[in-house]
Structures are given as structure tokens and as C-alpha cells.
Design a protein around this ligand. Structure first.
Ligand SMILES: C[S@@+](CC[C@H](N)C(=O)[O-])C[C@H]1O[C@@H](n2cnc3c(N)ncnc32)[C@H](O)[C@@H]1O
Length: 269
């Protein structure tokens, strides 16, 4: 189960990476700084963050999953960055580092984007960030993947999988796009929101084709039970790679998605 998720996460990188690089560049983290990536998964953004801060900097990747961290270690060794990136197994609920350890903390598709209460985790992120340092969280925030089928896509968006990891009975204030309020309640200076987009269009490279195919499965697992028969038929016709009308094979295929980033600085003095 986990290795299947890891495979999808790695495959989706071809689609996400350029957008995440734009977000990192917008943060403008100090050169040669020390940072923490919370919920680092397979370490994909640890690499991007380490390249951004340059030689002399160091990124620590924190994740609960030993299997993901093992993959991360192999990845950074392969990239020749093992001296600038290290990994630690642990939870965002109790980050295993002292107060004010890092110059900045980053978390992508983890803190604030899950079934957990965001504030206790954000307090941990703030605790380990030194005064003046940035705390940044970002998450996948929208997509249009089925050009020509807006009604089907709207209905997919209205399923449990479509709104995941949010759930219908959760308080609106816990939805990721309410993170400006979390930043304010945390007492961070100058909270900001920035949205970054990414896109893919025909002719798709092999990497983007695979990334989108895996994304369809990640985005809409077990979705058919919540669809009408008509929508289920259309979904299977358009989104099953075995279908002769699989939408990624359309010569005019075009899709886009967004990531939203919220960040602020830990108050000094
Ligand atoms: C959707 S993945 C994102 C991984 C990575 N940031 C990326 O974007 O490629 C979410 C990650 O958060 C990790 N995670 C879940 N709960 C966590 C917690 N309480 N503390 C730290 N990591 C956690 C998972 O193991 C997983 O690697």
C-alpha cells in the first residue's frame, strides 16, 4: 500500500516539480541557511530546497515513514547532496528538535493538509524556527484535468475523494485555504498567501503522461461508488488507461493545477 503510494508520489514529481521550484524561489530563503522539511516524504523537495540555499546550507527532512526516508537517502546520495541533506524519523506533532533550531521550516502537502488539527502542528513548526525565520506550508489546491468535460469534473470534485483530505464534516476554518487565519493566530509577522500554477499539454512527454495517469488514481480513488451510472460510464471511458478514449491520448489534451502557499515570519524580540 505504502510502496504503491510512494510510486505515485515519485511519478507525480514530473508534473509538480517546476511549480514547487517557483514556490521555493518566491520564498527567497537565505543562502547557506539551515532548514527543515516537515513531512518530506521521499525527499523530493529536500533536493530542491538544498539547491536553492546553495553550498554551506543544510536541509533536514522529517517524516514518520521509515520507508519514505530510506528512499530519500538513496535519492540524495544519487544527487551527490548527502553532505547537505539529512533525514530524521519523527512526527510533526512533536518535532524532535530544540526551540529555534532552524532558519526556516517548509512543509508541502503535509502540515495543514490532512485530517489533523492544524494549529498544534503549526505551533511545533514555529517553535523550532528561530526569530525572523519563515514558516511556510503549501498544498495542492485545485486542478482541471478533464478538458471538455466540466460537468463530470465538477461532480468528481464534489465526491469525498475530490475534496480530500478535507472532509464534509470538518470545520471550514480547518480547510487549507483558511491558513491565513492560522498564520495570524500563530502570531506570525506579515502572513502571505501565494498561488502557483502548473500545466501539461499534448504532446505529453512519457514522464508527464505517467505522472498524470498516476495522478488520476491518486486524486480519484474509489470514486465510482459516489457517481451516477452515467457519470461512472463517462469516468471509466475517459480516465481508464485501458479505454480507447483515455483522455491523456487526446491530441488536444491540456490540463492545469495549482499549489497554494502560506507563509509568515516568526516575530523577533
Ligand atoms: C502527501 S505526502 C507529501 C510528501 C512530500 N512533502 C511531497 O510533497 O512529495 C505526505 C507526507 O507526510 C508524511 N506525514 C504524515 N503525517 C506526518 C506527521 N505527523 N509528521 C511527519 N510526517 C508526516 C507522510 O509519511 C508523507 O510522506
Amino acid at each position: 500500500m505504502q510502496s504503491d503510494y510512494l510510486k505515485k508520489l515519485l511519478a507525480s514529481n514530473a508534473l509538480r516539480e517546476a511549480t514547487l521550484v517557483s514556490a521555493i524561489e518566491a520564498l527567497n530563503l537565505p543562502k547557506a541557511s539551515q532548514g527543515l522539511d516537515v513531512g518530506c516524504g521521499a525527499g523530493l523537495q529536500c533536493l530542491l530546497l538544498a539547491r536553492h540555499i546553495g553550498a554551506g546550507g543544510h536541509v533536514t527532512g522529517l517524516d514518520v515513514s521509515a520507508a519514505f526516508l530510506e528512499h530519500g537517502k538513496t535519492l540524495v546520495e544519487g544527487a551527490g547532496l548527502a553532505d547537505r541533506i539529512s533525514f530524521e524519523q519523527g512526527s510533526a506533532e512533536a518535532i524532535p528538535f530544540d526551540d529555534d533550531t532552524f532558519d526556516w521550516v517548509w512543509s508541502s502537502d503535509c502540515v495543514g493538509y490532512g485530517p489533523w488539527e492544524p494549529m498544534p502542528l503549526l505551533k511545533e513548526l514555529k517553535r523550532v524556527t528561530r526569530p525572523g525565520g519563515k514558516v511556510a506550508i503549501l498544498a495542492w489546491s485545485s486542478e482541471t484535468l478533464l478538458p471538455g468535460y466540466p460537468m463530470l469534473e465538477a461532480r468528481l470534485r464534489a465526491t469525498s475523494a475530490g475534496i480530500a483530505p478535507f472532509k464534509e464534516d470538518m470545520a471550514p476554518s480547518t480547510h487549507f485555504l483558511r491558513a491565513l487565519g492560522w498564520m495570524r493566530d500563530l502570531g506570525l509577522d506579515a502572513p502571505r498567501a501565494q498561488v502557483f500554477s502548473g500545466s501539461a499539454h499534448a504532446p505529453l512527454s512519457d514522464d508527464l503522461y505517467t505522472a498524470l495517469k498516476e495522478l488520476f488514481e491518486m486524486r480519484w480513488p474509489d470514486v465510482t461508488k459516489e457517481l451516477s451510472e452515467q457519470d461512472r460510464t463517462a469516468f471509466e471511458r475517459l480516465c481508464d488507461p485501458k479505454s480507447s478514449e483515455f483522455i491523456l491520448d487526446h491530441p488536444d489534451y491540456c490540463a492545469f493545477f495549482t499549489y497554494s502557499m502560506f507563509y509568515g515570519a516568526v516575530r523577533e524580540g
